[in-house]
Ligand binder design. Structure first.
Ligand code: 5GP
Length: 119
């Protein structure tokens, strides 16, 4: 599957659609989820054209990967998630329930997040 640059997060990255920005640097954009599932629900996306954690891990440069996870660490500390804990989720593909085909990490916190998967 080829990356489709008409996906909603690509449009947010190009500034064609607004977002509630939490953090930005050379490698990532992070913004609040439009339909939050927890008191804090942030999406972190790489700036490069990657569909999922799969091609990100395979095709992104070491600099992009390091930049991405360094930013995640900055965000969870700046947003106060690190001390009490949080959940990070990367839904992937059909079985993973991924809706937007641009790699994104959900960061959920601000309360105890429930079971890891629904029964
Ligand atoms: P996925 O199911 O692909 O892992 O998650 C996609 C997430 O993107 C969902 O939690 C959904 O609420 C969020 N989302 C979809 N469209 C938009 C949008 O236009 N703006 C923002 N901020 N979040 C969005």
């Amino acid at each position: 599957m080829a990356y489709n640059d008409q996906n909603i997060f690509a449009k947010i990255l190009r500034g064609e659609i607004p977002c509630d920005k939490v953090y930005e640097d050379d490698y990532v954009l992070a913004f609040n989820d439009i339909a939050p599932q927890a008191p804090v629900h942030i999406l972190v996306i790489p700036k490069g054209p990657y569909i999922s954690i799969d091609d990100f891990g395979r095709d992104a440069s070491a600099e992009e990967i390091q930049g991405f996870y360094a930013a995640v660490s900055k965000i969870v500390n700046e947003q106060g998630l690190a001390s009490d804990g949080f959940r990070s989720i990367a839904n992937t593909g059909a079985y993973g329930g991924q809706e937007v085909p641009h790699y994104h990490l959900h960061l959920l916190g601000g309360k105890k997040i429930g079971p890891m998967v629904s029964p």
